[in-house]
Design a protein around this ligand. Structure first.
Ligand code: UDP
Length: 329
């Protein structure tokens, strides 16, 4: 049994990771300020510390109270559009929270660190799948903030031996297949939950951000990866970090789907139409982001268990239709 510190463990991806760690018998301590996280998403037996990561005194107390075998750092500001309105806040908060956390980890000699990074650090790719060596050129302040955080961790490795894995998430989607957890953001900005809400009459009609992209149907193409598979990648890279080296991996299915294809998948899953209209492009959105996941597969044996869009959308639909108001009962 190992003990892990999970920041943002009450949030969407973080809560699925906490559940997976608990299920395999590990002990988990969560730090979450509950700005986006939900107390209800934390399984029984898990210690939840409600604190802001910027509160370094509190962070120091946490490291003094427990000895950790590794850190999974999910907590961050993570909205591309918001980052284009508040770039300095995004960079200041995401970078400083990551680096002070890393410093505490080094001080406590906890030398395994997994960072939730993002495909948004690749910028405007030329259309082919992104691999780990593809050019880094963020076109949003969010992407830039994660690139800066990754680079800080590289220095922590060089100087202090902190072994980190930066996982560049493509589009996390779906929900726990057993229906225990789901995606509940406030405000919700992500495509799949918004399309489901529109179909269920729980939200307004969907606005498609741009129908004039240079893609087959004119809408943006993204690589949707099931949250359970994304979490599985975290558990596997923890083992790679045990082999004493830092790494960066793209985590995606390797298949791209357009916004229109997502709408059709939601309509099939729910058996009803998704009301939508065309809107302008959203600043910071590349036309296409698809992962090459060869390196992750090769190094860790990772294999997505829910690679079809239908499967991903189905689990999201099931959770939302059973929890129309999210975690609020
Ligand atoms: N999108 C959209 N309408 C929405 C939300 C998203 O057309 O209301 C598009 C967005 O432009 C992008 C894709 O859906 O091409 C996925 O966006 P999301 O915000 O879910 O994830 P991101 O790609 O920003 O991580």
């Amino acid at each position: 049994m190992a003990r892990f510190l999970v920041t943002g463990g009450a949030g969407y991806v973080g809560s699925h990771a906490v559940l997976a760690l608990v299920e395999r018998g590990d002990e988990v301590v969560v730090i979450d300020d509950l700005r986006q996280g939900h107390r209800e998403a934390i399984p029984p037996g898990v210690e939840l510390i409600v604190a802001d990561l910027a509160d370094r005194r509190r962070l120091g107390e946490v490291f003094a109270a427990w000895k950790f075998d590794g850190i999974l750092h999910f907590a961050a500001l993570s909205l591309v559009a918001e980052s284009m309105r508040q770039p300095l806040r995004y960079m200041a908060e995401n970078v400083s929270n990551t680096l002070w956390l890393a410093e505490e980890a080094v001080r406590a000699r906890c030398l395994r660190f997994v960072l939730s990074s993002t495909a948004a650090l690749f910028g405007y790719p030329a259309g082919e799948p992104m691999h780990e060596g593809s050019r880094l050129d963020p076109v949003s302040a969010y992407g830039e903030s994660k690139l800066m955080a990754e680079r800080g961790l590289e220095w922590a490795d060089r100087v202090h031996g902190l072994r980190s894995a930066s996982l560049r998430y493509f589009n996390a989607a779906g929900a726990d297949p057993q229906g225990r957890l789901g995606e509940d953001h406030n405000p919700e900005t992500h495509l799949i939950p918004l399309a489901i809400n529109a179909a269920l009459g729980l939200g307004p009609e969907l606005t498609v951000f741009g129908t004039d992209y240079d893609t087959p149907d004119g809408t943006c193409i993204r690589d949707y990866v099931h949250v359970t598979d994304l979490v599985d990648a975290h558990l596997r890279v923890l083992d790679v970090l045990g082999q004493d080296r830092s790494a960066r991996y793209n985590v995606g299915n390797g298949n791209g789907y357009s916004v229109r294809q997502v709408i059709e998948a939601v309509e099939r899953a729910g058996g009803r139409p998704v009301p939508w209209r065309s809107g302008p492009r959203r600043p910071g959105d590349p036309a296409m982001l698809v992962a090459s996941n060869t390196l992750l597969r090769r190094d860790t044996g990772w294999e997505p268990g829910h690679s079809s869009l239908a499967d991903i959308v189905r689990t999201a639909w099931d959770w939302r239709s059973r929890h129309p108001h999210g975690y609020r009962a």
